[in-house]
Each structure stands twice: as structure tokens, then as C-alpha cells.
Design a protein around this ligand. Structure first.
Ligand SMILES: Nc1nc2c(ncn2[C@@H]2O[C@H](COP(=O)(O)OP(=O)(O)OP(=O)(O)O)[C@@H](O)[C@H]2O)c(=O)[nH]1
Ligand SMILES: [Mg+2]
Length: 295
């Protein structure tokens, strides 16, 4: 790729907002790859996930964050710290809200929190595919004075992607690229596998099981004709372990097959996944366990 360093732009864009508003969906849509898992349940994302977009004029490093949550567990406190850290490094802040729910108490809290951060801010009213006539204009008006730009989009449909990318580019500083333009992320493949397993748990189980689960990859072996992966799902209680595994192991088998199918497609090689379920009692409240699980 030929780049002109005099005009090249590069910077970090922090994506923040309440759980379930579509932050991860938007990042994936702008990058054109599924980097961050998305599910209909709130609090899907737990760590900050970088997605890197590069072309000959710019490199935009999106930082997808967990949604703001009321800290009920030590895990939530860490999720909050992740959001604060991503704001410290940001060149542009992109606040996302669900047009149908705006303004929630969370929205107001987040907007207040970012008011004094001295970088350009974009407000995004997402899910306009669900909005009624006139809703976009009236809600835009409520955000106009607090943000540099307010824009309505549907992250799911990718409407306005080009417009949004050009708004972001205008706000970015001139700088050479930070990452190799070939890279889409700075995270290793085993992280994405771990997240994919979590996504299937979120999609397959109701209530507490998804929130009580964490995944660690124990072994990742790439052989010429097969990628062989062993992972453990850590869960908080014995009763949950039984539900997760299911009668005769059907629950676990469904997760395994869904992950194998998706990975085989994206890695273009045969993938074998070996899954274990083990209990770490109340890991979300336990400092040591949280460290072991990578938080
Ligand atoms: N109708 C509609 N649904 C959307 C749109 N964008 C996202 N969604 C859905 O909203 C749900 C949540 O999306 P996510 O991208 O996981 O939300 P998030 O903000 O990353 O959530 P957390 O990671 O929990 O903070 C998913 O079911 C998405 O498919 C949109 O533009 N329109
Ligand atoms: Mg997310």
C-alpha cells in the first residue's frame, strides 16, 4: 500500500454506550468482519476489543467496550475501568444510544461523564430501522448541543457507514499508521475462539448461565490439515454446570458443533474443539479467579 505521510490520518475511536445498543454490531459493520461478538442479551462484551480499519488514506482503530453497568460484581468494576482506559487513549469518542430508548438514565450518566473529555465527540442514534416518523429529528435535537456531530444509523443494515467513516476521518489527527495495515486486530486467534464460545453460550441459554460463564483456551494446535483446540468453560455453581452440559451432554455438544462450524468456515481448515466445564465458585466476585480468567 502506498501512503502519503503528509496527509495520512490515524487515531483511536472509543465506542461507548449502554449495554445492547449495538456497539459491537457497529464496529463489525464498519470493519467488515465479525471481530466482536453480538447477541440480543445486554453485557455481551466484557473486554475492550480493537478493530483496525486501514486504507491508503487512514487507519481508524475502533475500540469496542463493554456497556456501562451498575457494578454489582468485581467483574463489573473491571468492566468500568476498561471503559475509562479506552476513553483516556481516544482521539474521538463515539457515544451510541438506542433511538427507541433514548434518553435512559444510563445515557444521561454517560453523556455527563464524557462532557469534560477534550476530544471530538460523535453521538449515534442507532436502530433507526425501528424508529417512527419524526423520532430521529426530535431525538437528534436533544443531543445537538453536546456533540460535534449527531447521526442516525442502523448498524444492522450498515446504512450511513460511508457517511460515518468520513465524519470520523475528518475528526482524526494527522499521523502515520500505528499498526500494520494488514492487521484487523491486535488480539490473538485464541481470544476470538474464546469469544465465539461465549457467544454460543449467550445465544443458547437464558438468564444467569451466560453471565456466570467465562472461557479459557487451554490448547491451540495448528496442524497442516486441522486446528485442534481445547477449551474450558468456567462456571459459578455445580447446578449451572449440569444445565450447561445438558442431558447426555446435548447442551455442550450444540455449543461445540456451532463453534466448529463457524470456525471451519472462517479459518478455511477443519477445526476440532474439545470442551470442558469446570466450577470456580462465584468467580465474578473473586479477585484471584478474575486474574486467572484474564480480567
Ligand atoms: N433492529 C436493529 N437491531 C440492532 C441494530 N444494531 C444492533 N442491533 C441488535 O442489538 C443487539 C445488541 O447488539 P450488540 O452489538 O451486541 O450490542 P452492544 O452494545 O455491543 O452490547 P454489549 O456488548 O452488551 O454492551 C443485537 O441483537 C443486535 O443484532 C440495528 O441497527 N437495528
Ligand atoms: Mg458488545
Amino acid at each position: 500500500m502506498n501512503i502519503d505521510l503528509k496527509t495520512f490520518k490515524c487515531g483511536y475511536v472509543a465506542i461507548i454506550g449502554k449495554p445492547n445498543v449495538g456497539k459491537s454490531t457497529l464496529m463489525n459493520s464498519l470493519i467488515g468482519e465479525k471481530l466482536s461478538i453480538t447477541t440480543p442479551k445486554p453485557q455481551t462484551t466484557r473486554q475492550s476489543i480493537k478493530g483496525i480499519y486501514s486504507d491508503e488514506n487512514r487507519q481508524i482503530i475502533f475500540v469496542d467496550t463493554p456497556g456501562f453497568v451498575e457494578p454489582r460484581y468485581e467483574l463489573h468494576t473491571r468492566m468500568r475501568n476498561i471503559i475509562s482506559d479506552s476513553l483516556k487513549d481516544a482521539d474521538v469518542v463515539m457515544f451510541i444510544t438506542d433511538i427507541k430508548d433514548f434518553p435512559t438514565d444510563y445515557d444521561i450518566e454517560v453523556i455527563e461523564k464524557i462532557q469534560n473529555i477534550r476530544v471530538p465527540k460523535i453521538a449515534i442514534l442507532n436502530k433507526i430501522d425501528l424508529a417512527v416518523e419524526g423520532e430521529l429529528e426530535s431525538k437528534k435535537a436533544q443531543l445537538q448541543d453536546k456533540f460535534d456531530t449527531v447521526i442516525g444509523i442502523s448498524a444492522l443494515k450498515g446504512s450511513q457507514n460511508e457517511k460515518l467513516m468520513s465524519v470520523i476521518t475528518k475528526l482524526l489527527p494527522f499521523s502515520p499508521p500505528f499498526y500494520d495495515p494488514e492487521n484487523l486486530s491486535d488480539l490473538p486467534m485464541r481470544f476470538f475462539v474464546q469469544e465465539l464460545i461465549r457467544e454460543k453460550i449467550f445465544l443458547q441459554y437464558a438468564k444467569e448461565i451466560p453471565y456466570s460463564s467465562a472461557v479459557l483456551i487451554d490448547e491451540y494446535k495448528e496442524e497442516p490439515d486441522v486446528t485442534d483446540i481445547t477449551a474450558t468453560i468456567w462456571i459459578e455453581r455445580d447446578s449451572q454446570k449440569r444445565i450447561l452440559i445438558g442431558t447426555g451432554g446435548v447442551g455442550l455438544k450444540r455449543i461445540r458443533e456451532a463453534v466448529e462450524r463457524e470456525l471451519t468456515r472462517s479459518l478455511e481448515t477443519r477445526v476440532l474443539l474439545h470442551l470442558w466445564v469446570k466450577v470456580k465458585k462465584d468467580w465474578r466476585k473473586n479477585d484471584l479467579y478474575l486474574k486467572e480468567l484474564g480480567f
